[in-house]
Ligand binder design. Structure first.
Ligand SMILES: Cc1ncc(COP(=O)(O)O)c(C=O)c1O
Length: 313
């Protein structure tokens, strides 16, 4: 199947509880704790079509699965699904749909059926894959605001856990950005330091160094952020992970937002203050180009970063 639209009709097959079913037949109970109490953790991965390898390559699947295992451990499920079973589900779902284009994979694990807030069974899981081309703003970038909402704290609803419950915080910030005509929102921590955007991490260039809030700054441990840190060094681009103050964003020479969905998306303003000359900067462009090469299986990218879908068929 080759399509670039983004709708349900593009997803004939999904996996639910390790079985392939038609999208319209995948159901959960309306009283499932995964729904009523947001007892749900998930991953969002991307698979990229590689022309050179004539294959679909899942990017950094091991890292996504490790993060999911950690998120599941916080749910304290009686019977968490194994990594092997979930990886098999992902491969089966991609193959069943015969996707041969850039694809987004949502993998979710939750408490199903009926139960209380602390129910730990039964476990449900599902894998939904859909065509997802690159966002248009990859080229032009977007202006961001600093949200009036604060990031949920480590001791309340820890951002390190990829739980749907955390996305109320993201939604509030995202809605505020939308209302104000901005493309995204930066969330600050209660102490005023910068955490991340509503659905991705932040980097900004200051005095020639790309700075990103460190792992204890209320961020999700992003696979894309890790990738940027990994690819920058060999390009001769210096990076630094540290606590960041809000007004440092206003000093940025370049900036971008990064995540599996957005990849590396330039930020052209913070709170109406132009970043650099208001267009995506040259170092951001170099990182984007390298990112695009590694996700599509460039020869000099680590082999473990790309899991072939059809190659092992
Ligand atoms: C809140 C938040 N931060 C960061 C990220 C980026 O994480 P990753 O690069 O692993 O997709 C995401 C992406 O889903 C996110 O939702």
């Amino acid at each position: 199947m080759t399509t670039t639209a983004d709708s349900r009709s593009d997803i004939p097959w999904v996996t639910q509880n390790h079985r392939l079913v038609r999208y319209e037949d995948a159901k959960i109970s309306v009283m499932a704790p995964g729904l009523t109490f947001a007892a749900l953790v998930f991953e969002g991965c991307r698979a990229y079509w590689s022309q050179a390898r004539d294959d679909l390559l899942i990017f950094r699947l091991d890292e996504h699965m490790r993060r999911l295992a950690f998120s599941m451990s916080l749910l304290e499920l009686d019977e968490p699904p194994s990594t092997e079973a979930l990886v098999a589900d992902i491969l089966a779902t991609l193959k069943a749909n015969d996707f041969r284009e850039d694809t987004y994979i949502r993998l979710q694990v939750y408490v199903d059926d009926w139960g209380s807030m602390t129910a730990t069974a039964p476990t449900g899981s599902s894998v939904i894959c859909r065509p997802r081309p690159r966002v248009a703003d990859f080229e032009a970038g977007k202006p961001f605001i600093v949200s009036s909402w604060r990031r949920n704290g480590e001791n309340a609803s820890p951002p390190r856990v990829k739980a749907s419950a955390n996305y109320l915080n993201s939604r509030l910030a995202g809605l505020e950005a939308k209302r104000l005509g901005a493309g995204g929102a930066v969330l600050l921590n209660d102490d005023g330091t910068v955490s991340e955007g509503q659905g991705g991490c932040l980097f900004f260039l200051r005095d020639g160094v790309f700075v990103t809030p460190d792992g204890t700054s209320g961020i999700l441990e992003s696979v894309t952020r890790r990738t940027v840190l990994d690819i920058a060094g060999p390009l001769g681009i210096e990076t630094e992970e540290r606590p960041v103050g809000r007004t440092e964003l206003y000093l940025a020479e370049e900036a971008f937002y990064c995540g599996t969905g957005q990849e590396i998306m330039p930020i052209v303003a913070f709170d109406g203050r132009q970043v650099g000359d208001g267009t995506p900067g040259p170092l951001t462009r170099r990182l984007q180009a390298r990112y695009d090469a590694v996700v599509r299986g460039a020869d000099d990218a680590p082999a473990a970063w790309c899991t072939p879908v059809y190659g092992d068929a």
